[in-house]
Design a binder for this molecule. Structure first.
Ligand SMILES: C[S@@+](CC[C@H](N)C(=O)[O-])C[C@H]1O[C@@H](n2cnc3c(N)ncnc32)[C@H](O)[C@@H]1O
Length: 305
């Protein structure tokens, strides 16, 4: 299960690998579909659709006939989403096109469900995007956003990191937090925007705002022999081979400075997280790594009055 999108240049390419297929338990999403009355939905818009993972997953929980539109600002992903839908027998239901989330190419009140997943973490002005999603949902319709708090993962420990000195754990968390702050300040998105999404939905006038947490984790436990675990290890080694931590070294440096980090600290912090990555790679190789793979992924819903 390789990352077929790895060599493509768009900024999200590295996150379209096989692991994205294991983000959700389908029965959990079925429960959410019941709670939010998906059976009444006749039309869906997936904003920032990428190659279509999220909308096409939700399509499994919707009645048979709803139309599924998807938009992305990047024509390359629109093409890939169209091909992926066809390959999954969803071609007749799905229509993908180019549009920015800040200015959706649809009339007011066009859809029963307007949704996004890991889109708001990428945008400069998430409130403006939520307002636009609210504009195109019909009265009584649903806005549903699946967005993470990524900084929390810095304190989810595993068999290797639980033995580290507190200062080393905190050094990596501090680097990540400063970078998240800097990235947001540069207008490149807040990687932990999920915390703020319930308030953003309420501020855009949506009512009955509900907040759920994805119940799925991605544990990695020897002998790492499931398809899900193999996909995770492939993604790790893919990122390592490109000298990625969470971001490339250049982006990490840019974000760190923009977040208020001191230039003379950077090399030491980068060396710390690189050494920590090497330690994990070695522990996986000798089967001494195990961890819960927990993260915070919110599912936030609101209705247009
Ligand atoms: C991390 S991917 C998520 C893709 C998809 N929602 C999923 O869950 O698999 C983010 C996507 O949002 C798109 N994107 C980022 N900013 C955008 C914007 N302002 N307008 C439209 N699309 C945007 C990117 O091109 C990328 O495909």
């Amino acid at each position: 299960m390789t990352n077929q999108y790895r060599t493509q240049t768009s900024h999200s390419a590295e996150y379209f690998g096989g692991t994205r297929d294991y983000w959700w338990n389908i029965d959990f999403l079925g429960l959410i579909a019941d709670r939010l009355s998906f059976k009444q939905i006749g039309s869906v818009l997936d904003v920032g659709c990428g190659v279509g993972h999220w909308g096409q997953l939700l399509a499994r929980l919707l009645p048979q006939d709803p139309r599924l539109d998807g938009v992305d600002r990047d024509p390359h992903w629109v093409e890939q989403a169209t091909a992926r839908a066809a390959a999954r027998g969803l071609g007749h239901r799905c229509s993908y096109s180019v549009s920015t989330a800040e200015r959706l190419r649809f009339e007011d009140a066009s859809f029963d469900l307007v949704t996004c997943q890991t889109l708001l973490i990428h945008v400069a002005d998430p409130a403006a995007v939520v307002a636009e999603m609210t504009r195109v949902v019909r009265p009584g319709g649903l806005v549903l956003a699946s967005e993470p708090n990524n900084i929390s993962s810095a304190l989810v420990l595993n068999s290797v990191s639980s033995g580290r000195l507190p200062d080393d754990i905190l050094a990596a968390a501090r680097l990540q937090l400063l970078c998240e702050r800097g990235k947001a300040a540069l207008g490149e998105g807040n990687n932990s925007i999920g915390d703020l999404v319930p308030g953003l939905l309420a501020a855009s006038g949506l009512v009955d705002v509900r907040v759920y947490l994805n119940d799925k984790t991605n544990p990695l436990i020897p002998p790492y022999d499931t398809a899900e675990q193999r996909a995770m290890l492939e993604e790790w080694s893919d990122m390592k081979s490109r000298d990625f931590w969470i971001w490339s070294r250049d982006d990490t440096y840019r974000f760190f400075l923009a977040g208020g980090g001191r230039e003379d600290e950077f090399d030491r912090l980068w060396a710390t997280v690189t050494a920590q990555g090497d330690e994990l790679t070695k522990a996986v190789a000798d089967r001494s790594y195990w961890g819960p793979g927990a993260s915070i992924q919110y599912l936030v819903a609101g209705r247009r009055a």
